[in-house]
Design a protein around this ligand. Structure first.
Ligand code: TXA
Ligand code: MG
Length: 353
């Protein structure tokens, strides 16, 4: 399939941009798959009400059929068409954080959304993206849009149209290039079907932000421990991973440098991911700085770009420093732990978990 590309800026109503959005929306209406920017990462969108369209998303990504998709909406009316039992707590969250990087799980209203979207569950994940292009595409297509991240299954999520092209050129009908995504990691997924709500996936909105609005929430135990079975089906897969094995290295820089030296002495090509404050300390084959320790948001923005940059560098092994877990840092460490398949190297054995 030949992929159509559109380059669009945020001025969605301009003479240059609007016709391109209309064309992208036409493909959605024809049950084709189109990648588009959101404020978190690029999404791979299709008409959420069509089995035919949604099946194409799973095929393009190579995504397991038991991993449900998030439905992207532009109006509260669309929410009412697909979800029931919307609690006051959920209303508070939506009023505070929508449009934005927060996905809420509701009981599903039967009959609207394709059963493929929800992978056989009775619940549906919904979010309203804070991105003018995404919102214009949903409005113009006239449908809620099911969209996972627009990467091949298992790869880091795309934060630019080039990343999408690298994974899906020739496989999807269209790619809307709207420049780099802002947040850089995916939305926070919160199950609102019970009380209190439960965070299933840390993301762009922090637990602290959520608790400031609705009080204490729970966290799915699988986020803290690789042993528990996650409630969010997608969280069980190895994810966000570059080709070479990644190890989280928890210790002083000299000690991490020793790990690097040992591997280099053994003839391996070694990569290191570190915040910009310490990146220049390391001597390795490939050193990739990733935002500032003092500003987790900056690390979130560059995390996936950083992981992808190891891809063509030919490294055999990657070490990553540990990033602070405050705010969006919880999502950064969650993704790094997954990318590392929970492989830790710890300088101080007492910390071993
Ligand atoms: O920021 C984002 O959320 C991006 C952009 C494109 O919106 N989307 C995204 O989608 O990250 P995806 O498919 O990569 O991740 C969706 C997550 C998966 O972990 C999936 O298992 C979970 O949401 N999920 C979807 N529906 C669910 C449901 N009914 N119950 C529990 N988890 C659900
Ligand atoms: Mg994904």
């Amino acid at each position: 399939m030949k992929t159509t590309y559109w380059s669009v800026d945020n001025d969605v109503n301009s003479k240059k941009n609007y016709p391109q959005i209309v064309k992208a929306a036409e493909l959605i209406k024809k049950n084709e798959v189109v990648a588009f920017p959101t404020e978190t990462v690029y999404g791979l969108g299709a008409n959420a009400t069509s089995d035919e369209a949604v099946a194409k998303i799973f095929a393009a990504k190579g995504r397991p059929a038991d991993n449900p998709l998030i439905v992207h909406i532009a109006t509260f009316q669309q929410l009412k068409q697909i979800a029931v039992d919307i609690s006051d707590t959920a209303m508070k969250l939506m009023h505070t954080f929508w449009p934005g990087p927060l996905t809420l799980i509701f009981n599903k209203k039967p009959g609207t959304v394709s059963r493929l979207v929800t992978a056989g569950l009775n619940t549906v994940a919904v979010r309203m993206p804070d991105h003018p292009l995404a919102m214009a595409l949903i409005r113009e297509s006239g449908h809620p849009i099911a969209a996972p991240s627009a990467n091949k299954s298992g790869k880091p999520s795309p934060t630019t149209a080039k990343h999408v092209q690298d994974d899906l050129d020739g496989i999807v009908a269209g790619i809307v290039d709207g420049g780099p995504a802002g947040v850089g990691v995916e939305s926070t997924v919160v199950d609102c079907t019970g009380s209190p709500p439960v965070i299933l996936r840390p993301g762009g909105i922090s637990k602290e932000d959520i608790e400031a609005v609705i009080g204490p929430v729970e966290e799915d135990p699988s986020i803290a421990s690789s042993v528990s079975k996650p409630k969010s089906p997608g969280m069980k897969y190895r994810h966000y991973a570059p080709d070479a094995p990644l190890y989280l290295a928890d210790g002083e820089q000299q000690w991490i440098q020793q790990l690097i030296d040992e591997k280099m002495a053994a003839g391996l090509k070694v990569g290191i991911l570190a915040p910009q404050e310490t990146a220049s300390f390391y001597k390795a084959d490939v050193v990739v700085p990733c935002g500032s320790k003092a500003d987790p948001k900056s690390s979130a923005q560059t995390l996936y770009q950083a992981l992808r940059s190891f891809e063509n560098s030919g490294v055999d092994i990657i070490f990553s420093e540990v990033f602070p877990r405050t705010g969006v840092g919880a999502a950064i460490m969650n993704r790094l732990e997954k990318a590392a398949s929970h492989r830790w190297m710890k300088q101080h054995m007492k910390d071993q978990d």
